[in-house]
Design a protein around this ligand. Structure first.
Ligand code: FAD
Length: 436
């Protein structure tokens, strides 16, 4: 494996999962020259969530090398010199356009072939575009999205060029909510547009969403929900000036940011690997349907033991943990070690303005129980929600929790206690988490 472009272990993708996999390989005693990482990006793996949080702040903005992995989970910061020191080859600015898995070869845009013994696929997700929904005009210069460093730099530049201007944020998911808040902090006038009846409908209940929407409104953000963008009208300078909505309204715009969801980047593997739920199907150690090929992070559809179901998780915590588990399995195999299968508790979070929430478990069930103070004008709003299914506690959401409280709700979600109709939860709020 010591020939150029030939690796015992090759990681495709240079995002969060790739970085954590590299650290685990070193921890497990891999030899110099055995691991390569191929990435389309121009920098070593970094903590992607920083892009929509610290990176866009008007003051003390985060910049690389500050947030290379693994600082997001309190670990060592792996900058380029770490990869050099450990003999891991970082092949940057390299897009793979063909994957011939049977012959263990990847081919880049410029025709270079890369050989592998074992492949770990960590290509993450690609953002959807308005054109995917038949909307014309999204190729304009001032229509931006946020997926990688390049995108983040473009948004920073646009905020400077359109100082105090008008921004239209399309999409009311994590991405839209975080970027919308960041634009507002940079003093742009922000309108958010989304088709759903409330923001982040995949996770939030109506009551939870109502708090954030009222909070955003109190910060001067205009929310237009239940409608979608149907056309983007550009001027002769190829910049969008007006955004047309399905409800007949038109919005003036200096910048348009599109955050309408993402899809797993599995295109290279269609017809070669078994897919499931839009991702690559794996077992509990992230092995795919083909020998010596693994998939981790956003693209993996893996058995979630807790809920006895195949799932994909597009969140950073899973990207980190799946990477470590896969490498542990790969390296353990050679040493005859028995490695336990992945057992994952879903964990999602977000931070905007002075707010911060965490969620653990599964947001399913016939009953939800709200508790706490949901007044957006409160000095420190603090509230939460429990999800109950068949009398069992399934999921917990907490805004404004302390580190101790967040730890307690995490443990509670693992335990899934019987809670009947949830009256006790209503009466005790987050303190219920300390009672077990
Ligand atoms: P990614 O980190 O997306 O990395 C994929 C890598 O593969 C990229 O480097 C890409 O360039 C490369 N790649 C893809 N195809 C090719 C190819 N053909 N050739 C070469 N390279 C290729 N999650 C949370 O839990 N909390 C948050 O607060 C949060 N905030 C986020 C904010 C933003 C702006 C974004 C975009 C995501 C956020 N996420 C958050 C989601 C989280 O970042 C992802 O779940 C995580 O990054 C997934 O890791 P990954 O390694 O699977 O994919």
């Amino acid at each position: 494996y010591y020939f150029p472009n030939s690796f015992k272990y090759l990681i495709l993708g240079g995002g969060v999962a790739a970085g954590y996999a590299a650290r685990e390989f070193v921890k497990q005693g891999v030899k110099a020259g055995e691991v390569g990482i191929i990435s389309e990006e121009s920098v070593a793996p970094y903590e992607r969530p920083a892009l929509s949080k610290g990176y866009l702040l008007p003051k003390n903005a985060a910049r690389l090398p500050q947030f290379h992995v693994c600082v997001g989970s309190g670990g060592e910061r792996l900058d380029r010199s770490w990869y050099e020191k450990n003999g891991i080859e970082l092949i940057l600015n390299t897009k793979i356009v063909k994957a011939a898995l049977e012959s263990k070869t990847l081919t880049s845009e410029d025709g270079t072939n890369f050989k592998f013994g074992t492949l770990i696929i960590a290509t993450g997700s690609k953002g959807l575009k308005l054109r995917d929904f038949g909307v014309k005009g999204d190729e304009a210069k001032n229509v931006l999205c946020l997926r990688d460093i390049k995108d983040a730099d473009q948004i920073v530049e646009a905020m400077k060029a359109k100082k105090n201007g008008k921004a239209v944020v399309v999409g009311g998911g994590y991405n839209g909510l975080e970027v919308g808040a960041a634009l507002r902090l940079n003093n742009l006038s922000v309108t958010m547009v989304y088709p759903d009846p409330w923001c982040l409908p995949r996770l939030f209940t109506k009551e939870i969403a109502e708090f954030y929407e009222r909070y955003y409104t109190s910060k001067g953000i205009r929310i237009m929900k239940g409608t979608s963008v149907i056309d983007l009208e550009s001027d002769s300078n190829k910049e969008v000036k007006r955004v047309k909505l399905k409800n007949g309204r038109e919005l003036e715009a200096d910048i348009v940011i599109v955050g309408i969801g993402a899809r797993p980047a599995t295109g290279l593997f269609q017809g070669q690997l078994e897919l499931n739920k839009g991702g690559i199907k794996t077992d509990g150690l992230f092995k795919t349907s083909m020998k010596d090929v693994y998939a981790i992070g956003d693209i993996a559809c893996f058995p979630m033991k807790m809920y006895n179901e195949m799932r994909r998780v597009e969140h950073v915590d899973h990207a980190r943990k799946s990477a470590m588990k896969a490498v542990e399995g790969i390296m353990g195999k050679g040493k005859g070690k028995v490695v336990e299968e992945y057992d994952y508790l879903p964990y999602f979070y977000s931070r905007v303005f002075d707010l911060s929430w965490q969620f653990y478990g599964d947001n399913v069930g016939e009953t939800t129980v709200m508790f706490g103070d949901r007044n957006p004008a409160a000095k420190k709003p603090k509230f939460g929600c429990y999800w109950i299914k068949d009398g069992k506690l399934m999921g917990i959401f907490l805004e404004g929790g302390s580190a101790e409280e967040n730890k307690a709700i995490k443990e509670l979600a693992w335990l899934q206690p019987k809670v009947g109709d949830g009256k006790e939860l209503k009466d005790n709020g987050v303190s219920f988490a300390f009672e077990l």
